[in-house]
Design a protein around this ligand. Sequence first.
Ligand code: ZN
Length: 245
Amino acid sequence: MSWTEAKEYFTQNDVAILPVGSNEQHGPQNPLGTDHLIAKAIAEETAKRVGVLCLQLIPFGVSSHHKQFWGTIYISPETFKGYVKEVCLSLNYYGIRKIVIVNGHGGNLCALMEMARELREKEVFVSIFQWWSAANKLLPDFFKPEERRHAAAEETSVNLALHPQIVDMNKAVDEEPRKHTVQTEGITLPLDTLDYTNSGVFGKSTTASLEKGKEVFVAVVNELVKHVNLLKRAKIEDLVQRSKV
Ligand SMILES: [Zn+2]
């Protein structure tokens, strides 16, 4: 897009899609870029279907918990939140009031939610889409619980569907995550991936299939298309923070 094309878009539209992800280990079979590559593909396909602008991808995210595995490039939650927020505010300067963030990495969610709440006070509405949550609801019986975790069959399947040339199924492994000695019900611990698994895979990845990955991709894009269409029609007054009662 040139600046003149951008002017045309921004004067006629108030919605944009922003894909964000991470660069972190996804087991021996998947690329480090898994989370940002999947987010980019979902965002671009959705944008095409609904006629909405898709921004450039932000590939690095909050993933220090994977750092003991080589090649993980991570940034702090504060830096991530500030960077994404300033991107959103730049869009807002040109009239964008509604921003859909396609988040490819669960570790980004807390920072994104804080940011979305702050922007809502500035009358900018940010919604966050996570494909695995959608897939879990839309296709509940598609994968077993042990196939739905980090770098397991579901995520590997989507990689196989989108970019099979950078997935090596010969290296796929199944690994049952370890339970920490102090873990009991109701406790959340600040552990790293290496505390749970040596391969980086949580659960079962060897059952990944390209066909299943395609079905997941289609289902989650359809769902996101629905959301963006609703958002396009929604009045900004119904989205921004309400005034005092
Ligand atoms: Zn992932």
